[in-house]
Design a protein around this ligand. Structure first.
Ligand code: GLA
Length: 530
């Protein structure tokens, strides 16, 4: 199968449930483009948002995650007209929240793509980083001949700041516009697009892991996507067993989760905490790590390097720790090695929060060296670093992803072989893993908030088998695993309690943006306009 981004038609992109609505939306987008730029668009680039079933805040460390693309997306109608002078990029958005903006650049001088801090034009940075990320991929003849004007009109349906990955969809769609406008969509495949979208988003200032961009590129209708990062980026579409009977319901708390604005005290700070934890673990375990590292945090690298350098260590830990042997018997070596890492975390990292002075002392680093090693890439603000809790979350969440996938695989293969299989009990176990994930995010990673805890609680009480925050947290959305028979009850409970009492009256169409069942959707694609 070709790895190129597919060129599709509308019915190939959306499920029958939303096709009519999307058809009208796309027609409107094309006609607004024409009114605005007095020309028809040449193509529309589309990239979806995502919901993550399990595996939160571990893609930054290289551990696998299990999301699915959703039908809500970012569509960009575009037309490139070659002409004289430097390249001018004209950007407009169908919502007034993002004002019309433009910038001129000379692709032979990357510094002409400097990011802007002016709030009204800040969203043009998505395009600037898309160009910057793709510059390495562009053949010199494209770089040298990119003159004229690129007209773009954007329309997104992913609620902003909802943790459903609107920013990765923007980054991915922007990169896809650049690829397609300059004809590179015929040579540059999806893996490189995903990798470039990941590095582009990091240029915006978030030490993102890569899950969002990868699933946005590789999403498949009706399938979840198992994303692994080691030894290299890989996206595997997985058909969940009896998915028509068990649904993933999203509820947006309507508490804004602005990953970029809050990065220094939230997302990036957590990444820095896991980097420091890796440093202390590697020091204590005698593992050599070279910074900077492939992933924002090397927690996985420490574990992998430790097992590789100490062939007898795992056997010794199986003999020493009962929980490691139990994990081995129950779920195999990978899960047991992670259990061993959890024991090492308990023994090596203090449980309490540590001041910067205390951390420097443990690390044996001067203040300058500490700054250089951990704080120079992105600013973070905190009085205390919680190293034990962050590392504990990462290793235990990595275990949950492996267990989750194993349950899905075992259930599907029993069903395929026509063997007796209690599908409901499989989903109950998946739900328990989701609940454990939420507990860990809440207590260990400290990225939940009262509103997320509230919707999670309501959904579980009303019949969800599992509920957890999804995405970065600190607001945004939760995902609930709900048997079809309980769907009405769970939706009703959320509507009548959280949405009506907490948020006050919320209009039906706004509610359908906040509370919806996800249909696993097609990933990034291009539609040529006639
Ligand atoms: C954000 C990031 C992802 C991932 C999630 C948390 O969505 O962009 O890379 O880290 O948070 O799992």
């Amino acid at each position: 199968m070709s790895d190129l981004v597919p060129v599709l038609t509308l019915p190939e992109i959306y499920s029958p449930f939303v096709r009519a609505r999307e058809f009208l939306r796309w027609q409107e987008l094309e006609s607004r483009f024409e009114k605005m730029y007095h020309k028809k668009p040449a193509f529309i680039a589309r990239a979806p948002g995502r919901v993550n079933m399990i595996g939160e805040h571990i893609d930054t460390t290289g551990y696998s995650v299990f999301p699915l693309a959703i039908e809500r997306d970012v569509c960009m109608a575009a037309l490139y007209i070659p002409g004289p002078g430097h390249l001018r990029v004209e950007l407009a958005n169908v919502t007034s929240r993002f004002s019309h903006t433009s910038f001129t650049c000379d692709l032979t001088r990357p510094e002409s793509l400097e990011l802007t801090t002016k709030s009204a034009h800040r969203w043009s940075n998505y395009f600037k980083v898309a160009f910057r990320g793709l510059l390495y991929e562009m053949p010199p003849e494209v770089v040298n001949s990119a003159h004229g004007v690129l007209h773009v009109l954007v329309d997104g349906t992913i609620p902003p700041d909802s943790s459903l990955s609107s920013s990765a969809a923007m980054t991915t769609a922007s990169s896809l516009v650049v690829l397609t406008a300059f004809g590179m969509h015929k040579t540059i495949g999806r893996s490189r697009l995903a990798q470039r979208a990941i590095s582009s988003e990091r240029l915006i200032g978030v030490s993102t892991g890569g899950m969002d961009q990868t699933v946005s590129v590789f999403g498949e209708m009706g399938k979840a996507i198992f994303v692994s990062f080691v030894p290299e980026l890989h996206a595997e579409p997985i058909q969940m067993p009896k998915w028509d009977e068990y649904l993933f319901l999203v509820s947006n708390t309507l508490v804004n989760s602005d990953k970029k604005a809050n990065a220094p005290t939230q997302y990036n700070l957590r990444v820095v905490e896991t980097r420091i934890a890796s440093f202390l673990l590697s020091k204590e375990l005698g593992v050599q790590l070279t910074f900077p590292f492939q992933f924002p945090s090397p927690l996985r690298a420490v574990a992998d390097a430790y097992w590789a350098a100490n062939p007898n260590a795992f056997e010794e830990m199986m003999n020493k720790f009962e929980d490691v042997r139990a994990a081995y018997n129950d779920a195999g070596k990978e899960v047991a090695q992670l259990q061993a890492m959890l024991n090492l975390v308990e023994n090596i990292l203090p449980r309490r929060g540590l001041t910067r002075g205390e951390v420097e002392q443990l690390a044996g680093l001067s203040s300058d060296a500490f700054h250089h090693q951990f704080l120079s890439q992105a600013p973070v603000h905190t009085t205390h670093f919680f190293l034990h809790h962050r590392a504990f979350h990462v290793y235990s969440e990595a275990q949950r992803v492996i267990r989750f996938r194993a349950i899905c695989d075992a259930t599907s293969s029993r069903l395929e072989r026509g063997e007796a299989c209690d599908v409901h009990s499989s989903y109950q176990r998946l739900g328990s893993l989701m609940n454990e994930s939420h507990e860990s995010l809440q207590r260990m990673y400290d990225c939940s908030c009262p509103e997320l805890d509230c919707v999670v609680h309501i959904a579980r009480q009303a019949g969800a088998l599992g509920s957890r925050l999804t995405g970065a947290g600190w607001g945004g959305s939760a995902v609930h695993l709900v048997p079809r028979d309980n769907l009405d009850a769970v939706m009703k409970a959320l509507r009548n309690t959280y949405y009506s009492m907490r948020v006050g009256y919320i209009k039906e169409d706004a509610l359908s943006d906040a509370l919806f069942v996800t249909n696993p959707a097609q990933g990034a694609c291009i539609v040529m306009c006639s």
